[in-house]
Design a protein around this ligand. Structure first.
Ligand SMILES: Cc1cc2nc3c(=O)[nH]c(=O)nc-3n(C[C@H](O)[C@H](O)[C@H](O)COP(=O)(O)OP(=O)(O)OC[C@H]3O[C@@H](n4cnc5c(N)ncnc54)[C@H](O)[C@@H]3O)c2cc1C
Length: 598
């Protein structure tokens, strides 16, 4: 099939009309970022995604990154694509201007990042990790460390990694054992093993800057004894030039279900006299620092669900227009027709399309909130936006990635048997999507965070405020007099009532029976995702219906938007009934079962 094509119309519609690009652009420092400039950025990124990254997606999957003698060779074309991409300035869109970055709002970087993820998920991970390391260094690094490392990292000449996981420490980072020993010159020597490190070794650049969680000798047990260190693969001299090789080596890379072109490394620190590292920020605050970066990183991974859903949808749609089979129910046309005409195939395609659009709008809205939380002039508004971000980041991460997998699987179904055969490319999306619910915190961990830190502990304050916003939209839809908007409003009313009831149940149960809440936490996360996604679709439909009536804009696009939102309301929102019932009533059987009986 043709390469990925960025869904620019939908992206621009959501940015400008649904999530408030205009308001973000008015925030300090971004005033010159007019709608036209943003359009130009998106159009250019779309070209790079289609012409440079997408053509390498299937071949990168087939070849994979190769490990030999401690070195990793990237699949053919990846290194050139990386440099072409970096030289065009795509590596530093979010990076701080003081060190050569563009410092764009998250809201603008988000659709751009979605494009990289759709075009080539394995490629996208390297810049994502580098951006995380840049943010960590910019936020907590000393001025000297920033000066020595940031310019090259921002320029893409060196890449970055996040080293949290160890064989015995995955979801539970209190078990991190990597040791840090102080040196007379103020530096540290690190000893230990990290596993599953994305782009921990590759051949794009001369140096890789690892952000490593480790424990200082004598530090307290648990999460309060973990510190963050910067450990370069190659030591960097005072003048910024490269020195000797540091004592960190790649022992192997993993053979995986998907994202084959993304090297997942086992790194050994301190096989000889210890890997030289530099403390970031204060001792024992490493995990806290990681949490500062967590919102942006989890949003990025949530966006991978959106990206894969979009790509799987495009591929399935193209197939469904070409494949001829059978006569559609109720049709008086010829014996065989393109399968897109069968109501059930249309249902699958609409499921894929409506979910991709709902997830996109929600992810973009949360990105806009992140920008407002950082730059809004009003202190109270900054705090309100930050609370919304904190609440919804686990939802975007958990719901969008779980849904991305469902959508990729439906994409295979639309292809029939050929979907199961690798040549069509549909299978790669499902294999690639599978990791997204695991790394950067599993769905179970996101759900724990949502019901515990985000809803339970603040008595549901922010969740209920968001619910009130959904209810206000629902009331407007009821008064619209438009057939589709009225129907959407009715479904939304029922779904948001279930969300409110379940939220109240969590607030009243969390303190006395946290195990009951934890048993259904993932259902609650999905419920919140489905309702908030439905809210975004309802708002999009409102605006589209208004423009249609006024005779403004692209009529075909706007009509499709209203009907897609109607489909979402009819087919997806009713799932809220089941999710709510099981979130509140499913614990007994889980908790009654003795694990010995499993
Ligand atoms: C391809 C790939 C790339 C990765 N990249 C990186 C990277 O760049 N840097 C890095 O540091 N790590 C990376 N990881 C590691 C990744 O973040 C972990 O795999 C993930 O956090 C889960 O940890 P785990 O694998 O140890 O699973 P476990 O923690 O053992 O979890 C197993 C199961 O138990 C559940 N579970 C565990 N604890 C709880 C709990 N408290 N409540 C409810 N359920 C729970 C989980 O949800 C999961 O279903 C990567 C992993 C992979 C596979």
């Amino acid at each position: 099939m043709a390469e990925y094509v960025a869904p620019l119309k939908d992206m621009q519609f959501v940015l400008k009309h649904v999530v408030g690009l205009g308001e973000v652009n008015r925030l300090a420092g971004w005033e010159e970022l007019t709608d036209d400039v943003v359009d130009a950025i998106l159009e250019e990124a779309g070209k790079v995604a289609s012409e440079v990254l997408s053509p390498l997606n299937a071949s990168g999957d087939r070849t994979g990154a190769v490990f030999r003698d401690g070195k990793v060779t990237m699949p053919a074309g990846f290194r050139d694509a990386y440099w072409q991409w970096v030289k065009a300035g795509w590596g530093n869109v979010l990076a701080p201007p003081d060190f050569g970055g563009q410092g764009l709002p998250h809201l603008v970087a988000t659709p751009v990042e979605e494009m990289w993820g759709s075009a080539n998920l394995a490629f996208k991970l390297c810049p994502m990790l580098t951006q995380g390391a840049v943010e960590a260094l910019d936020t907590v690094g000393s001025e000297a460390l920033k000066r020595r490392f940031l310019p090259k990292m921002v320029a893409g000449e060196w890449t970055g990694t996040m080293n949290l996981t160890e064989p015995q420490a995955g979801s539970d980072l209190s078990l991190v054992r990597t040791r840090a020993v102080p040196q007379k010159d103020g530096s540290w020597r690190l000893f230990g093993q990290k596993i599953f490190i994305t782009y921990g070794e590759h051949d794009y650049t001369d140096n890789i800057v690892h952000m490593v969680l480790a424990r200082m000798e004598g530090a307290p047990e648990g999460v309060k004894g973990i510190s963050l260190f910067l450990v370069p693969k190659v030591l960097v001299k005072e003048d910024g030039g490269l020195g000797a090789r540091n004592d960190v080596k790649c022992a192997s890379i993993e053979h995986k279900l998907g994202i084959h072109a993304s090297p997942t490394a086992v790194l050994i620190y301190g096989e000889k006299d210890g890997a030289v590292g530099y403390l970031m920020g204060e001792p024992n605050r490493g995990l806290e620092y990681m949490f500062i970066m967590m919102n942006a990183a989890r949003l990025s991974v949530g966006l991978e669900g959106v990206a894969i859903a979009e790509r799987a949808y495009q591929r399935a749609l193209a197939w469904s227009r070409e494949r001829l089979q059978g006569k559609p129910a109720g049709s008086s046309g010829p014996k065989t027709a393109p399968i897109v005409q069968h109501p059930d195939v249309k249902r699958m395609l609409l499921t894929m399309k409506s979910l991709a659009e709902a997830m996109r709008a929600l992810a973009y809205w949360v990105s806009a909130m992140l920008d407002r939380a950082r730059r809004h002039p009003d202190d109270a508004e900054r705090r309100r936006c930050q609370a919304v971000v904190d609440l919804l980041v686990p939802v975007v991460k958990g719901w969008s990635t779980e849904t991305g997998i469902e959508v990729a699987s439906l994409g295979i179904q639309v292809h029939g048997g050929m979907g199961f055969i690798e040549e069509t490319g549909a299978a790669q999306h499902l294999r690639d999507a599978r990791i997204t619910t695991i790394y950067e915190g599993t769905t179970g961990i996101q759900a724990n965070d949502l019901v515990g830190r985000k809803v339970g502990r603040e008595a549901g304050r922010t969740a209920l405020a968001v619910i009130a916003q959904v209810q206000a939209t629902r009331a407007e839809l009821g008064r619209s007099g438009n057939e589709h908007l009225t129907a959407i409003g009715e479904r939304l009313a029922s779904a948001v009532a279930r969300l409110e009831e379940t939220t109240q149940w969590i607030v009243s149960t969390y303190g006395t029976n946290p195990a009951a809440v934890a048993s259904g936490a993932v259902y609650y996360l999905k419920l919140m995702g489905i309702v908030c996604g439905g809210w975004m679709m309802a708002r999009a439909a409102q605006i589209a219906a208004r423009d249609l009536e006024a005779g403004e804009g692209d009529a075909a696009f706007l009509r499709a938007k209203v009907l897609t939102a109607r489909f979402y309301a009819d087919h997806i929102l009713p799932q809220s009934l089941a999710l709510s019932a099981v979130a509140m009533g499913g614990a007994e059987s889980v908790l009654a079962m003795d694990e010995a009986l499993l």
